[in-house]
Design a protein around this ligand. Structure first.
Ligand code: GTP
Ligand code: MG
Length: 223
């Protein structure tokens, strides 16, 4: 008899979903657009996945980790590296959007307000947006602006999913506590996907799971 996993899939279906994720992310992924204003956005097309979170949380590194490329998205130890919405076409099935981070204390006031302005307007108004991956650094406490971002997304009914980053840098006990804390928080947000993804771009932890999830949101393959 076929075994069923927690997702309601048989083992064979789950293996096929993992393989689809692996294949999608090992194929082409190309930068095709950078937008600094809402007027500049590319026309909506393929399903989009936006990577959002505080500055330095590891958004650009996660896109690199997922696609197995070192410098597709520019990452840096200096916060405030990504300064515009960067669009990547993944195999003509999905668009990955690397967003500028919020909460960078040294940023100019106009830049700080940008997340609530341009960035949030993009998230709220984008018809092709399939999901927002909201990244939280597993090593640090959840900040006020992370809570605000969740509230904004929730109010606008934009579906989001929390991804814990840099999990290579925390011990198992602390990681367990962090997961429990985040689970309690997302439970209070109707727009939040309840499953939390535990990842590390550095060690590769959780990459297969995330690739599988994202491939499931992609458009049909071209024939
Ligand atoms: P902004 O573009 O400024 O908003 O930052 P970002 O969220 O894109 O972060 P970025 O990917 O540039 O990474 C910031 C720093 O975190 C870099 O020094 C990375 O090397 C480090 N980093 C990213 N992912 C991981 C990880 O999985 N583990 C560890 N230990 N460090 C990581
Ligand atoms: Mg970045």
């Amino acid at each position: 008899m076929a075994e069923f996993s927690a997702t309601g899939m048989t083992e064979a279906e789950r293996a096929a979903a993992i393989e689809a994720g692996r294949l999608l992310f090992s194929g082409p992924c190309d930068f095709f657009f950078g937008a600094q204003t809402l007027g500049q956005l590319p026309p909506p097309g393929l399903p989009e996945i936006a990577f959002a979170g505080r500055s330095n949380v590891g958004k650009s590194s996660l896109i690199n980790g997922l696609t197995g490329r070192k410098a597709l998205a520019r990452a840096s130890s200096q916060p405030g590296r990504t300064q515009q919405l960067n669009f990547f076409n993944l195999g003509d099935r999905l668009v990955l959007v690397d967003m500028p981070g919020y909460g960078f204390a040294k940023a100019a006031k106009a830049v700080k307000e940008d997340w609530q302005g341009l960035m949030f307007e993009y998230l709220r108004g984008r018809p092709s947006l399939a999901r927002v991956m909201l990244l939280l650094d597993a090593r640090v406490e959840i900040k006020q602006n992370d809570r605000e971002a969740m509230t904004l997304l929730n109010r606008a009914a934009v579906v989001f999913q929390v991804v814990l980053t840099k999990c290579d840098a925390v011990g198992p006990r602390k990681l367990q506590d962090k997961c429990a804390e985040v689970a309690a928080l997302v439970a209070t947000h109707a727009a939040a996907h309840q499953e939390i993804l535990v990842t590390s771009s550095e060690s590769g932890l959780g990459m297969e799971e995330l690739r599988t999830t994202l491939a499931g949101l992609g458009g049909p393959a071209a024939v």
